[in-house]
Design a protein around this ligand. Structure first.
Ligand SMILES: N[C@@H](CCC(=O)N[C@@H](CS)C(=O)NCC(=O)O)C(=O)O
Length: 208
């Protein structure tokens, strides 16, 4: 059974969502990134971390893609080596390197870092970069239902989660097609199940 080391309301939800889309069995191990169990598996002390027997993999996007490739019948990732796969990778890298960083840099410098390490001057640039990325995203998305067309894939999980993060952080998404897309993707049953599991398992740990 897969073992997922994660923290509630973290990027780990991308992996829980993927596991729910697949219908795989998994064991959630709720940890804070500072726990020794996390350091043992990832010297960077970051979650999520997936263990599949003796194979350990980190990085949420890589984990989700690995899982999709392990379950090709779910069609959550195009076949490696194809042009569809290249397009899928293009979307994933775009989300991870153009949409997520302004949100993450904003969060760190607005409230996550200790006050003396925060750089307030960077905050307007984060909003500007995010807005530029959304503009590009809206143009690339057009009227597609999902990023790869008619089929829902891991790219939609990574992108959907990142857009929900943006909404939670009150970053304006100034494009109707992107908002419609986000509503569609965030309405997935598998995400509702993932959210329940994420909080239920953390309640269990908290009450132990
Ligand atoms: N690029 C990594 C980022 C992982 C990451 O930053 N995880 C956060 C929780 S969402 C964490 O563990 N932070 C602890 C830290 O930065 O010390 C991924 O997508 O998995």
């Amino acid at each position: 059974m897969y073992q997922l080391y994660t923290a509630t309301k973290s990027r780990g939800i991308r992996v829980v969502w993927t596991l729910e889309e697949i219908g795989a069995e998994y064991d959630l191990k709720i940890h804070t990134p500072r726990d020794a169990a996390v350091k043992e598996l990832n010297p960077g002390r970051k979650i999520p971390i997936l263990k599949d027997d003796d194979f350990v993999i980190t990085e949420s996007a890589a984990i989700c893609t690995y899982l999709a490739d392990q379950h090709p019948q779910t069609r959550l990732a195009p076949t490696p080596g194809t042009r569809d796969r290249a397009r899928f990778d293009e979307w994933n890298y775009f989300v991870m390197t153009d949409i997520e960083p302004p949100l993450w840099n904003y969060a760190k410098n607005a409230y996550l870092y200790p006050e003396k390490l925060r750089v307030a001057e960077i905050l307007p640039a984060c909003r500007r970069e995010f807005s530029r990325s959304i503009d590009t995203f809206g143009q690339k998305l057009g009227e597609r239902e999902f990023l790869m067309g008619d089929e829902f894939t891991i790219a939609d999980i990574l992108c959907g989660h990142t857009l929900s993060w943006a909404r939670g952080a009150k970053f304006e998404i100034n494009a109707d097609n992107v908002n419609g897309y986000a509503d569609r993707v965030l309405a997935r049953d598998a995400l509702s199940r993932a959210r329940v599991r994420d909080t239920q398992d953390s309640d269990m740990v908290a009450s132990q």
